[in-house]
Write a protein that binds this ligand. Structure first.
Ligand code: EPZ
Length: 425
């Protein structure tokens, strides 16, 4: 089991280039199924979740390679239309293959992705979306079997919640459907617009991505394309927050401030100085942060739920009391118990966390419960006095390309190690 060994106290200082977006890369890899040509994705991050998506593509019959910084997918040989249970469990967002498999083969067989560390993660909105397009959805022995014997037909898809994944699945299914599709109450995250940019480069006709209503005129075929994945705003938020919690100065290059408005607002309200460049963001922290009355997570363009754990860790060292309201996932405070091992004073009740800032944190042995919770614990260890160990770093590797190396480049004393031996690897 890998872990991070951290000797806290260093104020981070430096510039770092933003990683490519995990949450844009995953639906884009699924989109490669929609054509028999080659598709090339630049700036796709090297993450275990991306590797899991590549494993699924290979299982389905695609050829995948990394060449000159690009992920190249040749989906001509797609011959299967089921995602095995083991691969579904490896990455619950594998549900994103539902739409493109239906569109390409007329059939998709998935096992229920199951919950994960941050909530039940139902997929009812995904299934409702493809049903609206004419798919027949059945549960056969624990497997979800979706078929579209007569192909998919454009339809109106009203989403009861602006689900990112359901919006993406609807888009991926509708681009080859006959006729027009309108997705209402669509998710507005930047990753949605980036997926539409790839699909339109492949020959799709999508309008309104990034807004609440997305219109898609179905086409008969799609071609390959070359696309550069947009920067990962949550990775950027995490590194900026690392600069703030260590009372340092961090500049994230290659990321637009427009993608992080609510997060930068909270950092400023906590006392940080933020410099917004055209395509870079710099945070400089004060000697002591002050609390922020409330932070409430909502779908984009609100405060992103994925930035909640790192910002909660930051506010645990601020002067005063902050209230965090998590409205998107029902179990996104599981990391808080581990955070209190550093000396943080936080009480949670359902979707609320009351954070009473403390003047300092102390080194501790903790275990990452999930991806963003693990990032939060790592940030707390960076400012804690003394040695800390963050176990189960595998969760962190799902969404951050070698986070320890990125932090070391900014002056942090952090090493990746094997928990059994606690020796650096
Ligand atoms: C995407 O997950 C991201 N993952 C998540 O990032 C992110 O937290 C989330 O969007 C919200 O921004 C990827 O893009 C791979 P949702 P997704 O569907 O699509 C409920 C990270 O840390 N819901 O917008 O699964 C659901 O239970 C990850 O990088 C239904 O009820 O999020 C949740 O409460 C974590 N039925 C809410 O909607 C459905 O069919 C938001 O989910 C689907 C979702």
């Amino acid at each position: 089991m890998t872990c991070f060994q951290i000797n806290g106290g260093a104020a981070l200082d430096g510039d770092v280039k933003c990683q490519g977006s995990k949450n844009a890369s995953l639906p884009m890899l699924a989109a490669c199924i929609l054509t028999k040509d080659e598709t090339a994705l630049y700036n796709a991050p090297a993450l275990t979740d991306v590797e899991a998506a590549l494993d699924i593509l290979r299982y389905l019959g695609a050829k995948v390679k990394r060449e000159d910084g690009a992920l190249i997918v040749d989906a001509a040989g797609i011959g299967k239309n089921d995602v095995p249970d083991a691969l579904m469990r490896e990455m619950r967002s594998s549900v994103i293959f539902l739409g493109p498999l239906l569109a390409r083969t007329g059939r998709a067989v998935l096992s229920a992705p199951g919950g994960c560390e941050i909530g039940l993660r139902p997929i009812d909105l995904h299934l409702e979306a493809v049903s609206r397009l004419g798919a027949v959805v059945k549960n056969e022995g624990g497997k979800i079997v979706c078929t579209a014997p007569k192909g998919l037909a454009g339809a109106e898809i009203p989403l009861s919640f602006p689900s990112v994944g359901a919006t993406e699945n609807a888009m991926l299914a509708a681009v080859l459907a006959k006729g027009e599709t309108r997705i209402l109450n669509a998710a507005r995250e930047p990753e949605i617009a980036d997926l539409a940019a790839l699909l339109n480069a492949m020959g799709a006709h999508i309008r309104g991505a990034g807004e609440s209503t997305i219109c898609i005129d179905g086409v008969n075929t799609l071609a390959g394309a070359v696309h550069t994945v947009l920067p990962d705003r949550i990775w950027g938020a995490t590194l900026l927050t690392a600069g703030a919690i260590t009372k340092g100065r961090v500049c994230v290059k290659g990321l637009s401030p427009a993608h992080l408005v609510p997060v930068l607002d909270v950092l400023e309200r906590a006392g940080c100085e933020i410099r917004r460049g055209k395509n870079e963001i710099t945070v400089s922290a004060p000697r002591r942060l002050h609390s922020v009355r409330t932070v409430r997570t909502t779908p984009y363009p609100g405060f992103p739920t994925d930035a909640q754990p790192p910002v909660t860790a930051l506010l645990s060292t601020a002067r005063g009391v902050s209230v965090i309201m998590e409205t998107v996932f029902e179990s996104r405070f599981r990391y808080v118990g581990e955070l209190t091992r550093f000396g943080a004073s936080i009480r949670t009740d359902g979707g609320f966390a009351v954070v009473e800032g403390v003047p300092r944190l102390y080194g501790a042995e903790v275990s990452a419960p999930d991806l963003r919770g693990g990032a939060a614990l790592t940030l707390a260890a960076l400012c804690a006095e003394g040695e800390s160990t963050v176990r189960e770093a595998r969760h962190i590797d799902r969404g951050y390309e070698d986070l320890a190396a990125s932090l070391r480049a900014l002056g942090a004393d952090v090493r990746r190690c094997r928990a059994e031996s606690a020796t650096a690897i």
